[in-house]
Design a protein around this ligand. Structure first.
Ligand SMILES: [Zn+2]
Length: 302
């Protein structure tokens, strides 16, 4: 790439002082450039920018959004949706309470008829936000215990709770006609997951919950995942749901056998790999070690 003198000077400013002064700004604009809308099928797609993957359904008759990331990225999401349709958002679902899935609620609420979430999702979001009361938040207007369902445009949209997993309030949002299911953070695809034990998450229960998810949906279901090792693996098939379940099983089994052998938490957490998952990648440093520690705490406590 050849740069003109003006471009060269601008690039220099970015790479030197300008970068450090405006580092965050530049970083977020780089993220914005790499992100955006991807349609999957039947007017349903994903939006990635910062935080958990957003799912959307946008037609002239109905608009549904699943998760809201942060206020800034929710703003970009809305701008993109408004290019597709002038229809208001009928329902914004939250798959669970974590900030990278709910912080954009505050921006989207003025453009949304109703925010819907599992009752534990709302409860945990409120509990979490008490720690930071200065930060404005918006919560679900309607909650459900087991299932929620609505006909919107050509779609039947259902939300379902299968039990504690990543948190105590994860639900799966299913676009039944298109057979696309947003599983939130029930699957961290090809990467070590975050296990929110303070938020009611549990490895053993997560394993069981994924078994129920696998049973409920079909091999033709296209799944949307909250996080993945890279953007190209944010939507895949049942085999990735099963692989995540297998990982949680292997993690529990490995740690349990260490406990049976009388190993300490430190010894177990120092393992270089979890059998069968040597290639699993860390999205943040120490992710494997934290998984092992969490598994120890959960299994040694019983
Ligand atoms: Zn999460």
């Amino acid at each position: 790439m050849k740069l003109s003198r003006k471009e060269f000077l601008r690039a220099g400013a970015i790479l030197s002082g300008g970068f450090f002064l405006n580092g965050n700004k530049i970083f977020s604009s780089i993220q914005a450039q790499q992100s955006g809308f991807k349609e999957l099928r039947n007017n349903i797609g994903i939006f990635t920018e910062r935080g958990g993957t957003i799912g959307w359904y946008a037609t002239g008759d109905a608009v549904v959004v699943v998760d809201s990331q942060y206020p800034e990225s929710a703003k970009n999401l809305l701008a993109g949706l408004q290019q597709k349709t002038s229809h208001k958002i009928d329902i914004l679902f939250n798959t669970h309470h974590h900030g990278d899935h709910t912080s954009g609620n505050i921006f989207l609420k003025d453009y949304t008829e109703k925010i819907v979430a599992h009752e534990n999702c709302k409860m945990l979001q409120e509990k979490n936000d008490k720690k930071d009361p200065a930060k404005p938040q918006a919560y679900a207007d309607a909650t459900f215990t087991n299932t929620w369902s609505d006909d919107l445009g050509k779609e039947k949209v259902s939300a379902r709770y299968f039990g504690p997993a990543h948190t105590a309030g994860d639900s799966v949002i299913h676009f039944e006609e298109a057979n696309i299911a947003h599983v939130g953070d029930l699957v961290f695809n090809q990467t070590f997951p975050f296990i929110d034990s303070n938020g009611g998450g549990s490895i053993k229960s997560w394993y069981e919950t994924l078994g129920k998810v696998a049973k409920h949906y079909s091999k033709d279901t296209l799944f949307i995942f909250g996080h993945s090792i890279s953007d190209e693996f944010l939507t895949v098939s049942m085999k990735d749901v099963l692989s995540m379940q297998k990982y949680l099983g292997a993690l529990a089994e490995f740690v349990d056998s260490g406990i049976q052998k009388g190993k300490t938490k430190e010894e177990i957490a120092a393992a270089a790999e979890i059998p069968g998952f040597a290639n699993l990648k860390e999205r943040w440093q120490g992710a494997r070690k934290i998984n092992l520690e969490k598994a120890y705490d959960e299994l040694a406590a019983k």
